[in-house]
Design a binder for this molecule. Sequence first.
Ligand code: AP5
Ligand code: MG
Ligand code: ZN
Length: 213
Amino acid sequence: MKIIMLGAPGAGKGTQAKLIAERYQIPHVSTGDIFRANIKNGTELGREAKKYMDQGLLVPDELTVKILLDRVAQEDCRNGYVLDGFPRTIPQAQVLDEALAKLNEKIDHVIDVDVPDENIVRRMSGRRACPKCGATYHIEHIPPKKEGICDGCGSELVLRDDDREETVLNRLKVYHEQTQPLIDFYAKKGVLNTVDGTMDMQDVFKAVTDILG
Ligand code: AP5
Ligand code: MG
Ligand code: ZN
């Protein structure tokens, strides 16, 4: 099963994608996570991506597309995957379509996690992430058992570099301009489903599994 998660920054794409990956035993592929791993490891790609990410801008399509296509060509993606944060532009979606068509494959489900802008800034400022294992928490909605510490691996949680308020506002603007048109793009293909992302994490997941079966 091949799934795409759409939604504004902070809508809960990553949170739901992790749950989907576990339930359906398919890899969670997040371009944002791949870029952050590269930044952490000090790679050339990481240095390049960071210039854009810190401003809340998109990393250029050429870079992003190559990374994503390499990732989904790996063995563990043979039975499907859940894409989180890709595609983010119409050209990215077209390249993905073409690559899949060559393999006689297609995207099965696109899930748009819908959350109004007003809720987004609040969510992002409360997000805490584990720099070691990638787990995500929210200080009010999804708190770790022990304040500031990852439940999974015991590392100290951090605020993401691009979660400062002015960067979040920029990410939202970029989302509306460049990513939101994908909702129409996939609706026309008949694969779009929308879930209300303002519900509790578990209720959102219930809505997602109702769609995926
Ligand atoms: P990326 O890492 O994809 O960030 P994003 O899209 O801005 O999305 P987030 O990860 O911030 O939010 P999310 O929807 O995953 O929400 P989460 O589940 O964490 O991209 C970062 C940057 O990389 C981009 O800005 C760009 O520069 C670059 N990039 C990445 N992909 C690219 C591409 N394809 N092309 C070009 N550039 C690219 O949830 C958010 C918070 O809310 C958490 O604290 C969570 O615990 C909480 N939460 C989740 N669900 C709920 C709920 N139901 N109720 C209450 N709280 C909840
Ligand atoms: Mg995410
Ligand atoms: Zn951890």
